[in-house]
Write a protein that binds this ligand. Structure first.
Ligand SMILES: [Cu+2]
Length: 253
């Protein structure tokens, strides 16, 4: 499995020179291919096996109010689901990642229509909650080690981002959203979101409270100093703390 995956990823990496996104997912030993933004659209749009919402460019989104901020452009729902048990870990696989500064956040949203069907669920109406976030691990905002910096690599191997589905989460169908925010351009944050469909099993009853829930777009704004930031400004560049904005992570406890 892994040599095949690595070969495919290197192929994609060579074809697409800039930026990036979540290309595949793994749960345990099982690999779920996502939407290849530079692959054949007709085949992928009709694919029964596709668990990732459609995206057609790995370019960033720049506007905090852009409707595509929820599930990228065009964000058309997928047909399939990645099965996962609450408490299990899912790994998002990126071909490679080149940016180094800014937070990375994993989100879930219950597909809150009558049928609990993500294929007919509009992400504009989603109530998102964080299940994990990764920020500045050591050093300073400008030159320290962010998770994003550790995540980026140039050696041809994929970058792996693991997050756990909260153990107590109520089972059902959910959107999973991986978001990388890159802050290397002063006052010009870049957002890289991709969404997948999850079918969560388990016996939990956990539902996050209102204080954990946000709309996307909505959660980010250029009024937030952590988003509208100039990391090269001396007073900011030397800081050793970066508070990831938005709600607290819901751990299920
Ligand atoms: Cu980029």
């Amino acid at each position: 499995m892994w040599p095949v995956l690595a070969t495919m990823i290197v192929t994609i990496a060579h074809r697409v020179s800039a930026h990036g996104g979540a290309l595949n997912y793994t749960v345990g030993e099982t690999w779920y291919p996502g939407y290849d933004p530079y692959g054949d659209e007709t085949t992928q749009d009709a694919a029964d096996w596709m668990p990732q919402r459609k995206w057609t460019s790995n370019n960033p989104i720049f506007e905090t109010t852009n409707a595509s901020l929820s599930c990228n452009t065009p964000g058309i729902p997928a047909r399939a689901y990645i099965p996962i048990a609450a408490g299990q870990t899912i790994t998002a696989v990126y071909a490679y990642w080149i940016h180094t500064v800014g937070p990375m956040i994993a989100w879930l949203a219950y597909c809150a229509n009558e049928a609990n069907d993500c294929h007919t669920f509009d992400s504009a109406g989603a109530s998102w909650f964080k299940i994990g976030q990764r920020g500045l691990l050591s050093g300073t905002i400008e030159s320290g080690t962010w998770f994003q910096k550790a995540f980026s690599n140039w050696d041809g191997r994929p970058s792996l981002w693991e997050e756990r589905i909260p153990q107590t989460l109520r089972p059902g169908r959910y959107l999973l959203r991986h978001e990388i925010i890159s802050l290397h351009s002063a006052h010009a944050p870049q957002f890289y979101p991709e969404c997948a469909h999850l079918l969560v099993s388990g016996a939990g009853q956990g539902v996050p409270g209102e204080q954990y829930l946000v709309r996307i777009p909505g959660v980010w704004s250029m009024d937030q100093p952590e988003i509208n930031i100039d990391i090269y400004q001396p007073e900011i560049s030397s800081r050793t703390v970066y508070n990831i904005p938005g709600p607290l992570v819901w751990t299920g406890e």
